[in-house]
Design a protein around this ligand. Structure first.
Ligand SMILES: CC(=O)N[C@H]1[C@@H](OP(=O)(O)OP(=O)(O)OC[C@H]2O[C@@H](n3ccc(=O)[nH]c3=O)[C@H](O)[C@@H]2O)O[C@H](CO)[C@@H](O)[C@@H]1O
Length: 513
């Protein structure tokens, strides 16, 4: 039997928490309620930062005790109040690899998120009106309360009607535009599809933003827009390094969209575009619940290595061993997808009204470190404990020897930098691939099994539907579509809550709710 004192309070179930600790937690909540009530006197934008700070504290309590806090009426009440200070955003392509990780960060930061995705490159919802498995897992990560802030639209980014629907009735503060096709090889076979979706989708989105009077957009661009480095002296790439010299329709589509966005800013002086140039995004969320789930044979290195480690592929083909690098293999700036996702949240700061920077600006999101193919294989071997056989083959057409960035501008303007290294990236990718039972990705995931696992912690008898429907959240337009399928339990410490419930009931009346 483990000594209770050795177990961090956050990882214990409420039943195992000592009454004195419970009381302390309640006091923490009470302090938050008081601070929030003071804040409500004025819900203007200057209050955003302090509001977010309070929300952070509240969020950490919700996350630590999800089953306990989810069904408390005052939790819903507080959340409703926070709606006034949190932002609403539309995320195109939010069910995909980078999109889903960014949605986690947005929800955890208190934003309301509407995802529009056609699920052409991720597993679709299992039933009509459902949400894709990747977003179900996002809901699991953020917990039932924040999950209610997520809305999903199965739609096509090139279709004006779908876009108008996603923008909905409530004004959206910003758009993050991930939706697009991204396979270099395929782009050479189907250039028109790439131009229709990537350029066409971006133009349709900008027009929909105009109709919805939304003037902030973050664009998902790529390091591929830079001219290939001729010598190592061309590295690291800064935002001022020359672009162009692209070798495939995918890369050209990214560069064209950057130009389209810059032109749109010239024509509309209210428009703010934060153009993020990603280096090589890899890894997965540390929960092991979401990650990259490529269909078919992976094109990119990390997913391929991971599939070799798990035994789905016999060996890795290392493309080229004669590059001018220390071990002869190509070097890249791999960035953990969670760092990248946090970069989007940091980019949102450019849209705050008091610091709003209008016009088009670009930022590199990378670590600034180059890692060779063989170094990555070694790190993955260490993280997984598995052999990863390698076979050296010819260079892949279009590959460069070196690609890494100087990420200083993002640090200076966005106060963002990557904090996870290559071993973190391999560890989290491996956890997603293996430890969380995802040997074949999302598609074979058994959601029924997952639900029964979750409900084993709770009891149907404790389910209190009336309290749930009483929550302010269910009447909110943006939350009406998605209600997480989780079942909640009422805390065994019900009696302790009576005074809070009374207090908040009177408070609710006071606020006319
Ligand atoms: C030419 C190409 O496809 N470029 C795309 C690729 O970048 P990039 O080529 O940098 O990324 P990859 O993950 O495909 O490759 C990284 C490195 O691993 C090597 N490698 C890759 C796979 C493999 O099976 N064996 C192997 O040795 C490559 O030669 C390269 O040196 O993905 C990026 C997204 O992440 C895109 O923005 C790039 O446009």
């Amino acid at each position: 039997d483990a000594n209770q004192d050795d177990i961090p309070v956050k990882s214990r179930k409420l039943q195992e928490i000592h009454p004195i600790e419970k009381e302390e937690i309640l006091q923490e909540l009470e302090k938050i309620v008081e601070k929030k009530e003071k804040l409500e006197i004025s819900e203007k934008e200057e209050n955003l930062d302090s509001g977010m700070e309070i929300l952070d504290q509240l969020q950490s309590i919700f996350k630590s005790y999800p089953l306990w806090t989810a069904n408390l009426p005052y939790t819903s009440f507080l959340t409703l109040k926070f709606n006034a200070i949190s932002n609403r955003g539309t995320v195109t392509g939010g069910a995909g690899f980078i999109g889903s990780h960014t949605v986690v960060e947005l929800l955890e930061a208190g934003h309301h998120v509407t995802v529009i995705d056609d699920c052409s490159n991720t597993a679709p919802p299992a039933r009509v009106g459902g949400i894709p498995p990747s977003l179900e897992r996002v809901q699991q990560i953020v917990g039932p309360l924040m999950a209610k802030r997520l809305k999903f639209v199965l739609g096509d980014v090139t279709d004006p009607q779908d876009l108008d629907f996603a923008f909905g009735l409530k004004k959206k503060h910003a758009v993050i535009h991930f939706a697009g096709l991204k396979a270099v090889g395929e782009s050479k076979e189907k250039p028109l599809s790439y131009y229709r979706v990537n350029q066409g989708g971006s133009v349709a989105l900008l027009e929909a933003m105009e109709r919805a009077n939304c003037t902030n957009i973050i664009f998902s661009s790529s390091a591929t827009v830079y001219q290939p480095a001729k010598t190592i002296d061309d590295l690291p790439l800064s935002e001022d390094s020359p672009t162009g010299g692209t070798t495939n329709p995918y890369a050209r589509s990214k560069l064209h969209v950057e130009e389209i966005l810059a032109d749109a800013c010239v024509a509309n002086s209210n428009l703010s575009v934060v153009n993020l140039r990603y280096f090589n995004p890899v890894g997965a969320h540390e929960s092991g619940l979401i990650g990259e789930d490529p269909r078919g044979i992976p094109n990119n290195l990390m997913p391929y290595v991971s599939q070799v480690a798990i035994g789905r592929r016999p060996h890795l083909n290392v493309f080229g061993s004669d590059y001018q690098t220390h071990d002869g293999t190509g070097m890249r700036d791999y960035i953990h997808v969670v760092d990248l996702a946090k970069g989007h949240l940091a980019a949102m700061r450019r849209f705050n009204s008091h610091t709003k920077s209008r016009g088009f600006e670009s930022y590199n999101l990378g670590t600034g470190q180059g890692t060779s193919v063989l170094e990555l294989v070694k790190a993955f071997r260490e993280a997984s404990g598995k052999e990863i056989p390698t076979v050296f083959t010819e260079r892949r057409a279009g590959d460069v020897a070196w690609l890494w960035c100087a990420p200083n501008k993002a640090l200076k303007d966005l106060d963002w930098k990557a904090t996870r290294d290559i071993s973190d990236m391999c560890r989290d990718m491996w956890r997603f691939q293996f430890r969380s039972m995802n040997p074949s990705g999302y598609v074979t995931d058994n959601s029924e099994e997952r639900e029964s696992n979750m409900s084993s912690e709770i009891s149907d008898d404790d389910l209190d539907e009336s309290k749930r429907s009483d929550s302010g959240l269910s009447s909110d337009e943006d939350n009406a579509t998605i209600l997480p399928k989780l079942k909640f339990t009422m805390s065994p410490a019900k009696s302790i809550f009576h005074r809070y419930l009374n207090k908040l009931t009177s408070s609710k009346k006071h606020h006319g709710l």
